[in-house]
Write a protein of this length. Structure first.
Length: 307
């Protein structure tokens, strides 16, 4: 806009000036001067706008023709008599593609909710860029008398984003943490659930099957009962025989034979931090090797004291 405005005021700009904004030529806002091809002259705004609007109108008309063609093509198919062609209610399981579509579906479900939101967040939740949108959505539920319960992993107890979230929300909100949680899960009013359908979370399933939703709620409740309160009242799990809860979680995974990398991934920490905890655990139990550490964990009885 700055380059186009200067061209309108001065009559032209050099081609070099417009190199950083090739859209000016592509959209027909600038065109080569007849007397000097190294300069670009502005097309009057009213002319440029008319051309762009006409192009837009033609594209919309083409989409309308496509819609009519689809309707015409499917019309005889819908006349076929059979149970597979009959219309149905809302699908019990739907595939959602793309972060925007997924977020919109969650917002639509929450917009009519008045009961409870259950959420499992393996990571710290929405980033700062989308925090405001999530806060507005959650606060609207709370204002209708709803309740929100969220499970996180222990490493996110001190996340600034999470603390900002709970400082701004007003209402019945609780959060707890666990060493390990399941994949991301959102359940709205115990009637619809959202779970990831791809590792990068660009695909999600919207689940409305009562049996599946009930299963998700039961899973959440069992994890919730094992979790440590974080908000509104933070609770620190006590150490047992000098071994911290985090070290007991690592000990359990070590006994199962997992590598340092897998342990770090399962517990939501980087591998360096995991190795520091393993070294402290080894020092506490007096272990001098990895193999001896597994034996000493079993002999110490610290895993019997979990929960």
């Amino acid at each position: 806009m700055a380059v186009y405005g200067r061209a309108l005021r001065e009559g032209s700009v050099t081609a070099a000036d417009a190199e950083a904004a090739p859209c000016l030529v592509d959209c027909g806002l600038l065109q080569p001067a007849l007397t000097d091809v190294s300069r670009l002259e502005p097309v009057p705004p009213v002319v440029a706008l008319h051309r762009l609007l006409r192009t837009s109108a033609e594209r919309i008309a083409a989409e309308r023709r496509h819609e009519a063609s689809l309707a015409e093509m499917f019309e005889p198919l819908m006349r076929i008599d059979g149970r597979r062609t009959a219309s149905t209610d809302t699908p019990v399981i739907s595939m959602l593609s793309g972060f925007e579509r997924i977020n919109r579906a969650i917002e639509e479900a929450m917009a009519v909710a008045s009961g409870e939101l259950l959420a499992i967040q393996p990571a710290s939740g929405p980033g700062t860029a989308t925090l405001g949108r999530a806060l507005d959505r959650d606060q609207a539920l709370l204002d209708r008398g709803g309740r929100i319960r969220t499970l996180y992993q222990h490493p996110y107890r001190h996340s600034p984003v999470i603390h900002t979230r709970y400082e701004r929300l007003n209402g019945d909100v609780e959060a707890r943490t666990l060493d390990e949680v399941t994949e991301r899960l959102i359940v709205v009013d115990r009637s619809v659930a959202f779970i990831p359908a791809s590792k990068d979370r660009t695909l999600a399933l919207e689940v409305r099957h009562p049996a599946l939703v009930s299963y998700f709620v039961t899973t959440f409740e069992r994890l919730w009962s094992l979790a440590t309160p974080m908000h509104p009242r933070a609770v620190q799990q006590p150490s047992l025989n000098g071994v911290t809860p985090r070290q007991r979680a690592i000990a359990r995974l070590l006994v199962e034979g997992h590598t340092d990398a897998v342990i770090a991934d399962r517990l939501g920490m980087n591998i360096r931090t995991a190795r520091v905890h393993i070294a402290k655990l080894a020092a506490t139990l007096g272990s001098e090797s990895r193999a001896q550490l597994g034996y000493l964990i079993g002999q110490s009885g610290i895993l019997d004291q979990e929960g």
